[in-house]
Design a protein around this ligand. Structure first.
Ligand SMILES: Cc1cc2nc3c(=O)[nH]c(=O)nc-3n(C[C@H](O)[C@H](O)[C@H](O)COP(=O)(O)O)c2cc1C
Length: 175
């Protein structure tokens, strides 16, 4: 893959908020999770766990934590969890890097899913305390993002991309 192809893949990934009920094969889920497994993390601590939610009982719990009509159309979910005790904390100020590490792995999931022709959407606006309690997650396991995963129905309700310009976000320090 060259850089143009990579940019095309990144541009092609959009938040999908309408899914078909077609199942995602275990083989493809395995490939997507491989892309998460090889993600980089601070000091290579890999402070993450991913829950693959395909069962009806568990899916109902996930949907209750983020009650949106579109979210319920997804055939499955991946819950990305972070373990703050396993993560690297910067020695200067103790900054916890759990969220940084988990975010990288989640974006690997979203990009590899896009490469496989699948839709995803980052979801963080869910009731994390309820989800954690209802799924009986261990104390140090924080659900950080839920990623609905599935084939797009129609155009997937994709919105036009709105981004700041390069000039707005890049500053060169050349002196
Ligand atoms: C950290 C993070 C949290 C997000 N949480 C939600 C969410 O809870 N619900 C939702 O509908 N979209 C959520 N989004 C999706 C963003 O709204 C979306 O990425 C942004 O509007 C850009 O659109 P695009 O993904 O289609 O390019 C989240 C995205 C990120 C990166």
């Amino acid at each position: 893959m060259n850089i143009q192809e990579f940019i095309k893949l990144a541009e092609g990934r959009s938040s999908i908020r309408r899914y078909s009920n077609k199942e995602v094969s275990r083989e493809v889920i395995g490939q997507i999770m491989e892309s998460a497994r090889i993600a980089p993390s601070a000091v290579n601590f890999q402070p993450w766990k991913f829950l693959i939610v395909t069962g009806e009982k568990s899916k109902a719990i996930v949907k209750e934590s983020y009650p949106r009509e579109w979210f319920a159309t997804a055939p499955m979910y991946i819950i990305a969890c972070g373990n703050h005790e396993e993560a690297w904390h910067r020695s200067f100020d103790g900054k916890d890097h759990t969220d940084v590490d988990v975010a990288i792995a989640v974006e690997h999931i979203c990009l590899s899913a896009a490469a496989a022709g699948l839709g995803t959407c980052w979801v963080c606006n869910f009731d994390a305390a309820k989800l954690k309690a209802d799924l009986s997650l261990s104390e140090n396991m924080e659900p950080i993002a839920i990623i609905p995963l599935g084939y797009t129905e129609g155009d997937g309700d994709v919105r036009p991309k709105k981004r700041k310009t390069t000039d707005e976000i890049v500053r060169w320090l050349e002196d």
